[in-house]
Design a protein around this ligand. Structure first.
Ligand code: AKG
Ligand code: FE2
Length: 285
């Protein structure tokens, strides 16, 4: 791997974590959050409150769970991020991606969700927004395979990036750049946040793959499968220090830093919850 490679491809990896002993603890956090979220969604549905479905429980929980912070201090992760992106970065968002039977695609998207405060996204600025993704289990070709468009952090002749952040049909002009990113447990990759990527449905068959293939979710299969039986990744987003992170992107949706899971706040004192700081933005290096 080299600086030249990430400048050309937009992504570098796989790399190995220096310390894989925390992977079990990280999986447990992600899976238990997912189990709880499923239960809450089932209960909301049984109560006739479909509009109360939540899909954010797995976002920004790193203030509550120490193994997540330990992961960010991993010697190899720190070395790779510093080498490629510099040493004055904030970590402002994390997200677990559990996938198991019946869980469908994550559409094509980029992770450059914010710019600076409310500034419009400056998609081809490669100086300030970065991502990494860590395989907490094997993320094989059939385990909700991650794919990316090589070089899509830079302008590509004939490819118009005026599109919603998430979309389904990738224009043909870049089909030959679609590149799979299988990772083994304990491996990670780093990339420019503007790089286009997606992940396929869990357990999709290779024969059905085509450039526009995603794999639809299947509610019945999903209901009968447990998150423990699938794969799980943890993605994180970094920005250059000084970037203004809008509160709704850089905070724990469950509430204050210590909140474990919504909608049950684990507090004796309800005022503590209301008053405490919800921000999850921390120095990364
Ligand atoms: O692991 C996945 O399925 C999605 C990963 C992703 O979108 C990301 O790393 O930003
Ligand atoms: Fe992503």
């Amino acid at each position: 791997m080299s600086i030249a490679q990430i400048q050309r491809d937009g992504l570098a990896g796989p790399f190995d974590l220096a310390d894989k002993s925390i992977l079990d603890a990280l999986c447990e956090v992600g899976i238990e959050l997912q189990v709880l979220q499923r239960q809450q969604n089932v209960l909301a549905e049984l109560a006739g409150q479909e509009d109360q479905q939540r899909h954010t429980t797995l976002l920004n929980r790193h203030m509550a769970f120490k193994p997540m912070q330990e992961l960010f201090r991993d010697a190899n992760l720190q070395a790779v991020v510093s080498e490629y992106f510099g040493t004055d970065l904030l970590l402002w968002q994390t997200k677990f991606f559990p996938k198991y039977q019946g869980v469908g695609e994550n559409k094509w998207h980029h992770d450059r969700i914010i710019e600076n405060g409310s500034d419009p996204i400056n998609i081809y600025d490669t100086s300030n927004h970065f991502s990494f993704v860590v395989a907490l289990t094997d993320l094989g070709m059939d385990d909700g395979r991650i794919e990316y468009i090589k070089g899509s952090h830079l302008p590509i002749d004939g490819f118009d990036r005026e599109m919603p952040r998430l979309f389904k049909e990738m224009p043909e002009v870049v089909h030959d750049r679609i590149t799979p990113l299988p990772l083994l447990r304990g491996e990670f990759a780093v990339f420019h946040s503007a790089l286009l990527h997606r992940s396929l449905a869990f357990g999709h068959s290779e024969e059905s793959w085509r450039p526009g293939y995603f794999g639809a979710p299947n509610r019945d299969l999903r209901r009968d499968a447990g998150p423990q039986s699938g794969r799980i990744s943890l993605a994180a987003r970094l920005a250059r220090k000084g970037t203004v992170i809008p509160e709704r992107f850089g905070s724990n949706p469950a509430g204050a830093a210590q909140a474990i899971a919504e909608p049950m706040p684990y507090y004796d004192d309800i005022h503590k919850q209301v008053l405490a700081d919800k921000s999850v933005v921390i120095p990364f290096n």
